[in-house]
Design a protein around this ligand. Structure first.
Ligand code: NAD
Length: 249
């Protein structure tokens, strides 16, 4: 039990095929009490019930400061502390640079980058009072190699922004006992890629990956358990690549 009695808040954690839910499940199996924050339509309460009655679902868009603050209050009312925040909510869009509209830019940047900032801002005072905390930000290989497989340049920019934000928060918050780290997943089989790649294309991509397959949500969940737990007590400001060797640098 690496996370016994730790309270974790996972954003964008309601989709049962997603990285967030896999993380929530693996953290719960390590003894954590989990709060899943997601959009109303994604039914976070239902997702939390799948984990067990002791867990909590809260509705909020990570782009909405007031809603995020309310959701964090709900988590505190139930569990009285927050030890781990997983900034996981994110959306992507396939676009060429010249086709990115202002609306596209706002949509993609708001969820990944503004969302990471707003959720971190909401939990940092709580972690400061506790004198400890771990913030895990889900970036992407797309930020590191200039484009993933599916997302447009605005997605790469949003995820690169997450890397910079996380590193700067790590530097600022270390003295308060708060660690901040990123995970950069490669191509993981979740709903975000559903219907966008043929089986033949997936097989073709898998051949270019040293470990010979696309990632699974649990591959990322395991990295989150590591960064949330005391196993990573001396890690802050790092980027943990979970990409099967797709990018070695
Ligand atoms: P997903 O689409 O399965 O899950 C995303 C979740 O975020 C959904 O539950 C959705 O409802 C939620 N969400 C969307 N907008 C939200 C908002 N405004 N407020 C709160 N929740 C919101 O995708 P996934 O593949 O599980 O992706 C999870 C994270 O991992 C994302 O940040 C994504 O960019 C990143 N990522 C995914 C891959 C991949 O290949 N799947 C690779 C690199 C990075």
């Amino acid at each position: 039990m690496l996370l016994a009695n730790k309270v974790v808040l996972v954003t964008g954690g309601a989709g049962i095929n997603g990285l967030g839910f896999a993380t929530a499940l693996q953290m719960a199996s390590h003894g954590a009490l989990v709060a899943i924050m997601d959009l109303e339509g994604a039914r976070p309460e239902e997702a939390a019930r799948r984990l067990g009655e002791e867990h909590l679902g809260v509705v909020a868009s990570v782009t909405d400061k007031a809603a995020v603050d309310r959701a964090v209050e709900q988590v505190l009312a139930r569990f009285d502390r927050i030890d781990i925040l997983v900034n996981n909510a994110g959306i992507t869009q396939p676009r060429k640079t010249v086709d990115i509209t202002a609306e596209d830019y706002d949509a993609v940047l708001d969820v990944s980058l503004r969302g990471t900032l707003l959720c971190s801002q909401a939990v940092i005072p709580v972690m400061e009072r506790q004198g400890s905390g771990s913030i895990i930000c889900i970036s992407s290989v797309s930020a590191q190699r200039g484009g993933g497989i599916l997302g447009g340049p605005h997605y790469s920019a949003a995820k690169a922004g997450v890397l910079g934000l996380a590193r700067a928060m790590a530097r600022e918050l270390g003295s308060a006992g708060i660690r901040v780290n990123c995970i950069a997943p490669g191509l993981i089989g979740t709903d975000i890629i559903k219907g966008k790649l043929t089986e033949a294309k997936k097989a073709e991509i898998a051949e270019t990956i040293p470990l010979g397959r696309l990632g699974r949500p649990n591959d990322v969940a395991g990295a989150c358990v590591f960064l949330g737990s005391d196993l990573s007590a001396y890690c802050t400001g790092i980027t943990l690549d979970v990409n099967g060797g797709m990018l070695i640098h």
